[in-house]
Design a binder for this molecule. Structure first.
Ligand SMILES: Nc1ncnc2c1ncn2[C@@H]1O[C@H](COP(=O)(O)OP(=O)(O)O)[C@@H](O)[C@H]1O
Ligand SMILES: O=P(O)(O)OC[C@H]1O[C@](O)(COP(=O)(O)O)[C@@H](O)[C@@H]1O
Ligand SMILES: [Mg+2]
Length: 495
């Protein structure tokens, strides 16, 4: 076995091309840290479970589909309770923060972190980095800004008892305002030694900077992330929590579009769904619904006019069926909108591109085209349920998923791991180092099998020429990584 460690990466290699992308541990920079027996060994609920503690050498492969002659490949540390912990119950002062956009399941994760700390590890001090109510001052918003607002809420199993039944986050959230030094000063001032950060790709980037600064200062503070993204755009993990709920909620809008369109002559229902850079919600909602005739996502450029274009397809489908439903992800076709409207290059406080309303724009373009160039008299209804899919409470399967993510995260932190994100990889809970989570964004690969499944289910044009496909494959974007993710998404959705 070989190993290489720098301040960012801990990589262990083994026979047959085995690679472990390990996560940092507090003892990497505080060598004489005392360890204690895990209190779970005396917990009646767990002590009867054979092999409840995870073997330190257990790891989970990133790819489960491998060629018989291929290397064993990248692995991640398996999550779960360890024999030893590096925090005594009484010394723990934990903090939980939620950042970025909303996502179903945020409250479930908060609840389960609190309950796991209290009930499994006997911890009594858990703070929520909270939004101060009734004050419009920017300093008092939730998310990372909440660290400077000096506003915390004591979280106990009692006061989080039924929060998982509510959408949103009881702690509030925000975009922008990440100041690493100020945040770490605040963590130090308050005596916080465990930080649980729930958020998307931007949040995990921020969490990674916080971890690095804490390590630079040599503090005994563990930093852990729980990946949150409604868009499912975080790499490596099978899927993000709340995604199933969002897809389910999107069905309601698609159903409405279908009922509306079917009830009128040449009815067209247009539904806009979330997906700034990645079209996973639109793709899965389309595959689930079977009422959708055309799904448009940011990863698949499309065009309106001429042979093989959207207008031609709409006309054909209306002549065949008398009605149709189009699902469009909000990030799709942005270049077309910019061409025809004044280009808007604005960003939000976190630096995310602000989008123009492609659904509204496309609906108008379709109406104009049919008014001017077709004998068909269309009836178009535009449905925009974007925020509805993320403001709802998480469904049953997401609740279970959130619970396991939160428990895994707490076990990892108590065991002294830091600088990691808790994530599901090939159906197993793992610890993934921050740098792997933030190195790229997960996108739908339109030359992979899942998109082909969608195209064959809707029978829509691919808007791609053979030349585009060859160039896309040359780019290497047809990755095995994504293939694995898709296989797993199907597997989990099927459960
Ligand atoms: N590159 C970055 N470095 C540090 N903090 C970041 C970075 N990108 C985003 N953040 C912070 O993370 C928080 C959430 O980011 P945002 O992009 O809005 O949502 P999400 O985490 O869901 O992607 C914001 O407070 C933002 O300032
Ligand atoms: O209007 P807001 O709150 O900025 O949120 C809109 C955006 O949030 C998203 O849901 C993604 O947000 P996150 O990266 O925070 O998960 C996008 O799909 C959408 O464009
Ligand atoms: Mg994001």
């Amino acid at each position: 076995m070989g190993s290489s460690v720098d301040s960012m990466r801990k990589v262990i290699t083994g026979p047959g091309g085995y690679v472990l992308e390990d996560v940092p541990h507090l003892t990497d920079y505080i060598p004489d840290l005392p360890a204690y027996p895990n209190p779970l060994q005396d917990n009646p609920a767990y002590s009867v479970v054979k092999q409840y503690f995870v073997d330190v050498d257990d790891t989970v492969p990133q790819k489960i589909v491998v060629h018989k002659d291929g290397p064993r490949g990248v692995h991640f540390r398996r999550a779960g309770p360890r024999q030893k912990v590096y925090f005594e119950s009484e010394e723990v002062m934990a903090a939980i923060v939620t950042c970025g956009g909303l996502c179903p399941g945020l409250n479930t994760v908060i609840r389960e972190i609190v309950c796991s700390l209290y009930q499994m590890y006997g911890v009594k001090k858990v703070l929520g980095i909270d939004m101060k109510e009734g004050n419009e001052n920017e300093e008092n918003m939730g998310g990372y800004r909440g660290f400077y607002a000096r506003n915390t809420i004591n979280l106990t199993p009692k006061n989080v008892n039924d929060i998982h039944k509510r959408g949103g986050t009881i702690l509030g959230t925000s975009r922008g305002g990440h100041d690493t030094k100020k945040i770490v000063d605040n963590i130090q001032d308050r005596g916080i030694n465990q930080v649980y950060i729930i958020g998307g790709d931007g949040t995990q980037r921020g969490a990674s900077l916080i971890y690095e600064e804490i390590r630079r200062r040599g503090l005994k503070v563990a930093v852990a992330g729980i990946p949150k993204t409604i868009d499912n755009d975080i790499p490596i993990i099978d899927k993000s929590f709340g995604f199933d709920t969002a897809v389910e909620e999107a069905q309601r809008a698609i159903n409405a579009a279908h009922v509306e369109s079917e009830s009128q002559e040449n009815g067209i229902g247009v539904v806009k769904l979330m997906g700034r850079y990645s079209g996973f919600i639109a793709m899965y909602a389309t595959l689930a619904s079977r009422d959708v005739d055309c799904c448009l996502i940011p990863e698949s450029p499309f065009y309106l006019e001429g042979p093989g274009g959207l207008f031609e397809f709409i006309e054909k489908r209306l002549k065949e069926n008398g009605h149709m439903v189009i699902v469009i992800a909000e990030g799709a076709g942005q270049e077309l909108v910019s061409e025809s409207m004044q280009s808007m290059d604005k960003k939000d406080a976190s630096g995310n591109k602000l989008l123009q309303d492609v659904g509204l724009w496309m609906s108008q373009e379709i109406k104009d085209f049919f008014a001017k160039h077709s004998t068909l008299k269309i009836n178009l209804k535009y449905i925009d349920p974007t925020y509805m899919v993320r403001a709802v409470p998480s469904n049953a399967s997401d609740n279970v998923y959130c619970t396991l993510l939160a428990q895994s995260c707490v076990h990892g932190v108590m065991a002294g791991y830091t600088g990691f994100t808790s994530g599901l990889v090939n159906g197993r809970q793992t610890y993934i180092p921050f740098y792997k989570i933030i190195e790229k964004q997960n996108k739908v690969v339109i030359t992979d099998r899942m998109w082909a499944r969608l195209l064959s289910s809707t029978n829509q044009p691919s808007f791609l020429t053979a030349k585009d496909v060859i160039e896309d494959k040359k780019d290497g974007s047809c990755s095995d990584d994504n293939m694995n993710k898709e296989i797993n998404c199907i597997y989990h959705n099927a459960l």
